[in-house]
Design a protein around this ligand. Sequence first.
Ligand code: C2E
Ligand code: CA
Ligand code: CA
Ligand code: CA
Length: 275
Amino acid sequence: AKAEFDRRLCYYEHDMDEYARERRAMSKDLWLAVENNGFHLAYQVQKSVESDEITGYEVLLRWNRPGHGLVPPMDFIPIAEESGAITAIGAWVLRTACYAAAAWPEKYKIAVNISAVQLGQMELVTTVRDVLLQTGLAASRLELEVTETSIIADKQRALHILRQIKAMGVSVAIDDFGTGYSSLDTLRSFPFDKIKIDRSFMADVDNNDQSKAIVRAILALGKSLSVPVLAEGVETSSQLDVLRAEGCNEAQGYFLGRPGDILWTSSVTPLLRKM
Ligand code: C2E
Ligand code: CA
Ligand code: CA
Ligand code: CA
């Protein structure tokens, strides 16, 4: 048994080494990608539930890691946060997305995800201001998506930063609503411009009374606070039917459009190429 234990421990330690080594390697590659322009962006459409009209696009970061292929953001963003690379990456995302959006029809907004680390840094305020000046994008067309979890890390600082950004005319959406800690307290602390219902509630909204009741409650909350609600992760027409019946304002998900490139053939006609 002792031999078996030692053998397992050895494997375990080996695995830990391997894990730490892999994280270090990924961190190094992320910094290289910052220097070598190694990222690109995918855009996912957001639509009005009632009219089916496009209201904007959420920008999603993509990293094609040399020798590894496309790495999911969930795998590399935590490492970019840990190493500090997320500050440079996040500024690149903001600049590139706003630059692109400045060429779109004016009625379309651009929604950009902001990491918890960025929300703890005063320089985010300067970055947003500079990006708007450099790209000429109207502040009213930019929306930052922040999660409840990223706000509570250093709540006072995060809210201070968000207030300054909101004062420029930029809007702020609360992302993944319903999955973080103290959802309602977050809503009370800051005048959010949009609530995004986490996609986990959407999965069975058309056949699970529990999920439907929760979605209904979030929609009622949005109504009484006069905050529009967007449902994410809409994958089927029957999910969209439920949202329409319940009076949800906007929707986003594979059923409405997958994240992809946007090729503007003219100033009004968007062509989406699937990735
Ligand atoms: P998120 O902000 O909740 O973004 C939505 C995610 O759901 C995206 O995954 C999108 O591709 C996926 N999705 C969209 N529609 C559907 C659907 O109908 N069904 C399902 N199952 N999934 C759908 P993605 O691109 O892998 O991004 C994952 C997360 O990584 C994002 O979650 C966000 O938290 C983070 N992320 C992405 N881009 C950025 C970025 O530029 N900066 C930061 N800080 N985080 C980012
Ligand atoms: Ca988001
Ligand atoms: Ca989300
Ligand atoms: Ca999410």
